[in-house]
Design a protein around this ligand. Structure first.
Ligand code: HEM
Length: 426
């Protein structure tokens, strides 16, 4: 039925940007009757559906012109911005609000989604005044392997829903960026004080790469551990959780983990570049090219930690995983990263041939970053064990719903009053 409806449409695409071209090609390739015209061309008489692929500021004017020249079928506004800005610019009553055949779709997709349909399904949120119009648009989106989501025009906060969907800009990334930047700045300043004169004995030049590489390693471990510690605290706290900052951090764990992976990547790259026998002579048996067993373990554990970061990063970007797959790709791989990074820094801190952590305040009087990195790993593991024990012995606080998750409808005072419950903390 859907498919039949799609085949009966005579579609016109307006706009010669990349978006218009790829959408046109996508529809033609799926066997649709489609014409590609400029905004000045007259819409052919038998047209049933027009898709306007022009910049958002021209959308409503174009709609007006199309109506004035007698076209009365469906018009799809594909702009990336929500309809909200137009509410202010079109007066007295925005045309589209009165127009039964105005719809908004595709603005939350990119040209790539039309160019390559042999991929996992994408979604587009469709605003349409009636279910009939929605169904007709859906029958087309499905041909492009795009799942339609109906935004009921009677939805409370319609503008807000559209705005959050279409104007979305990496939700949760801001919190993760601020948090990661703060951790990096603190670690860098600590390293600066510890490494260079008057406290340390390294050259100032070393702050560019040699010490920076250590800072990156330290930040990576701290951020990875933070994700675990936050999740564990989230599980232990009574719900709903009161602190908005804490909720934001909880909801930013995926992005914090990606920052952690980026810092670990920097550490590995810089380490590989600077690793040589003369700088790391202590790793080798005296007067030999053979690396000592504990030094080999350092490298092995570092490499294993790096290995388990890879599935976490890839799975963060791609795929619709089952819950079991997600559990293995994130909490399980993440825990292995913590275990291997913890082992990596423990041997760095406690090598058989020097005091290391055994003389924590020796040398510069400031503990080495490997010590703090080790503590972060132990804390993360300790919290996990605590959650496990509490869960087994007396059960965790009830945990339903997704508190403040995504930004849609979550910033209202009203929501806070209702006390939305908490997300499942993995
Ligand atoms: C192939 C991968 C890796 C190699 C070869 C490697 C190697 C090393 C080496 C040689 C050191 C210096 C030890 C010293 O100063 O004696 C080091 C330090 C460190 N690495 Fe790695 N590493 C790798 C991956 C990782 C990963 C993935 C992490 C974190 C998730 C990490 C975290 C650390 C930390 C925290 C330090 C201590 C920094 C300091 O003491 O200032 N490493 N690594």
């Amino acid at each position: 039925m859907d498919y039949e409806a799609a085949l009966n449409e005579n579609i016109v695409i307006i706009g010669h940007g990349q978006f218009g071209y790829t959408l046109f090609n996508g529809l033609i390739n799926s066997g649709m009757t489609t014409f590609h015209l400029t905004h000045k061309a007259k819409i052919p008489e038998n047209t049933t559906l027009v898709i306007n692929c022009v910049p958002s500021k021209h959308q409503h004017k174009l709609l007006q012109t199309q109506r004035n020249t007698g076209y009365s079928g469906i018009v799809i506004d594909t702009s990336q911005t929500s309809i909200k800005p137009s509410l202010n610019t079109v007066s007295p009553t925005p045309l589209f609000l009165k127009d039964d055949f105005y719809a908004k779709a595709f603005g939350d997709l990119s040209s790539y989604d039309f160019a390559e349909i042999n991929r996992q399904a994408k979604q587009t949120f469709i605003y349409a005044k009636s279910a009939k119009v929605f169904n007709r648009i859906s029958s087309i989106t499905k041909l492009l392997n795009i799942e339609p989501v109906f935004i009921n025009p009677k939805t409370k906060n319609l503008e807000k829903v559209l705005n959050e969907r279409y104007n979305r800009n990496f939700p949760n990334t801001l919190t993760a960026s601020i948090f990661s930047a703060i951790v990096f700045i603190i670690c860098y300043i600590y390293m600066f004080i510890r490494a260079v004169p008057p406290v340390g004995h390294h050259n100032f030049d070393d702050m560019i790469m040699h010490e920076m590489q250590n800072v990156c390693a330290w930040v990576a471990v701290t951020l990875f551990s933070t994700c675990f510690v936050l999740g564990s605290i989230g599980k232990l706290l009574p719900k709903p959780i009161g602190s908005r900052i804490f909720i934001n951090l909880l909801n930013s764990r995926a992005q914090i983990g990606l920052y952690a992976a980026a810092f670990a990547f920097l550490h590995v790259i810089m380490m590989v570049v600077e690793f040589n026998e003369s700088s790391y002579g202590k790793y080798y048996y005296p007067d030999s090219n053979d690396m000592q067993w504990w030094a080999q373990l350092i490298i092995l554990f570092g490499a294993l930690a790096s290995l388990f970061i890879i599935p976490m990063v890839i799975s963060s970007f791609a795929g619709q995983w089952s819950r079991k797959e997600w559990f293995i790709l994130q909490p399980v791989c993440g825990f292995l990263v913590i275990i291997f990074a913890g082992s990596h820094v423990t041997i760095i801190g406690l090598p058989p041939n020097k005091a290391g952590w055994r003389d924590l305040f020796g040398g510069s009087g400031m503990p080495s970053p490997s010590f703090f990195a080790g503590m972060a790993c132990y804390l993360a593991i300790g919290f996990r064990v605590l959650v496990f024990v509490v869960e087994k012995c007396c059960g965790l606080p009830e945990d339903k719903g997704l508190q403040g998750y995504m930004k849609v409808g979550s910033e209202d005072k009203e929501d806070e009053k209702r006390g939305v419950r908490n997300e499942g903390f993995a």
